[in-house]
Design a protein around this ligand. Structure first.
Ligand code: GTP
Length: 186
């Protein structure tokens, strides 16, 4: 499935999650291929041209910052997105707990069942601890079938950063479940 927006193939990826989990760092690490400690509260919206993406679709990456944005703006961004990456930090239990207690229910509230966005779960900061098991992620996938895939990554070491965006593209272009109908996406 390929979205054709204004005559152009396009995937819009939104990153959400608790504060300081590394959303902005992930985006900037992808773009600059290096980790910077000093990042802004929110990355500018970035469009990656189709020729440099594996799926050959223009890919727009959108950051979210609770400091700079209201819940109304977040709601609008969720509705504009084709896929939502919920980021947590693997060394921060609370940020993981909020995935199922806050973020996934919020996405369900914002979008009707037919218009539900696919989700990629992203466990960032794997450089800080040994991630020994993916069981907790799989439990979330069972409860929330809109979660298409899970990935553990590190913005600091760049481990799995480009893969994360590939998973997000694939969740839109090759979903495993028919989450929404084509004409409901803009
Ligand atoms: P908000 O703007 O508050 O929503 O935060 P954010 O989710 O955008 O996180 P941000 O990218 O600002 O990173 C928060 C802190 O975590 C910064 O000090 C980063 O340097 C650090 N950080 C981000 N990613 C990693 C990582 O993969 N490993 C380590 N060790 N630190 C990271």
């Amino acid at each position: 499935m390929v979205f054709n927006v204004g005559g152009r193939q396009n995937v819009r990826i939104l990153l959400v999650g608790e504060r300081s989990v590394g959303k902005t760092s992930i985006i900037l690490s992808l773009v600059s291929e290096e980790f910077t400690e000093d990042v802004p509260a929110k990355a500018e919206e970035i469009t990656i041209p189709p020729e440099v993406t594996p799926e050959k679709v223009a890919t727009c990456i959108v950051d979210y910052s609770a400091v700079e944005q209201t819940i109304e703006v977040l709601t609008m961004e969720i509705q504009r997105a084709h896929v939502v990456c919920i980021v947590y930090a693997v060394d921060d239990e609370e940020s993981f707990e909020k995935v199922s207690s806050y973020w996934l229910p919020l996405l369900r509230n914002v979008c009707s069942r037919e218009a539900r966005r696919p989700v990629v779960l992203v466990g960032n900061k794997t450089d800080l601890i040994d991630v020994s098991t993916n069981d907790p992620m799989f439990r979330i996938m069972e409860e929330f079938p809109e979660v298409e895939s899970c990935v553990a990554c590190s913005a600091k070491t760049l481990n799995n950063i480009s893969e994360m965006f590939v998973y997000a593209q694939k969740a839109v272009l090759h979903p495993t479940s028919p989450l929404y109908t084509f004409d409901q996406q803009q």
